[in-house]
Design a protein around this ligand. Structure first.
Ligand SMILES: [Zn+2]
Length: 138
């Protein structure tokens, strides 16, 4: 039996790495960088280092945990709590990809995002959410 088979056998029935695990790993890396950045401030550096280790240990423990149902519940809770942030990131990415063809405006009254094609001159825009009308150059 080679190493890969042994590892697969060892990981059988265990949670493995999931989205929450990757988040904890990223958090640990960020905390490590913060700890290095504030190396001159012993208290702050120590705090970041302790939190980094806590995140790392939690990540490793979750990866090898056999209580898969509980780990899946934690992962679902992570997805639920991070939804707004992930949606915002996706919106930012979409706007960046479409920046050559469209212009984006916020409605002055309800702050909803409006997308209009570029290069159409002065337009009167109607907000789909609240019906507010305003003029912008596209
Ligand atoms: Zn509006």
């Amino acid at each position: 039996m080679n190493f890969r088979q042994k590892l697969a056998q060892f990981m059988y029935g265990r949670n493995g790495m999931d989205a929450f695990g990757r988040f904890l790993l990223l958090l640990a890396v960020v905390l490590m960088l913060l700890s290095t950045l504030f190396a001159r401030v012993a208290l702050l550096s120590g705090l970041f280092l302790a939190l980094e280790w806590a995140a790392l240990i939690c990540c490793i423990w979750r990866t090898f945990s056999r209580d898969i149902v509980k780990r899946q519940q934690e992962n679902a809770a992570y997805y639920e709590k991070s939804r707004a942030f992930r949606t915002w990131c996706r919106s930012l990415r979409d706007r960046w990809q479409q920046r050559r063809d469209y212009k984006f405006f916020r409605c002055p009254s309800c702050h909803a995002l409006l997308r209009v094609p570029r290069g159409r001159g002065m337009l009167e825009l109607t907000c789909r959410k609240c019906g507010n009308r305003f003029k912008r150059r596209s």
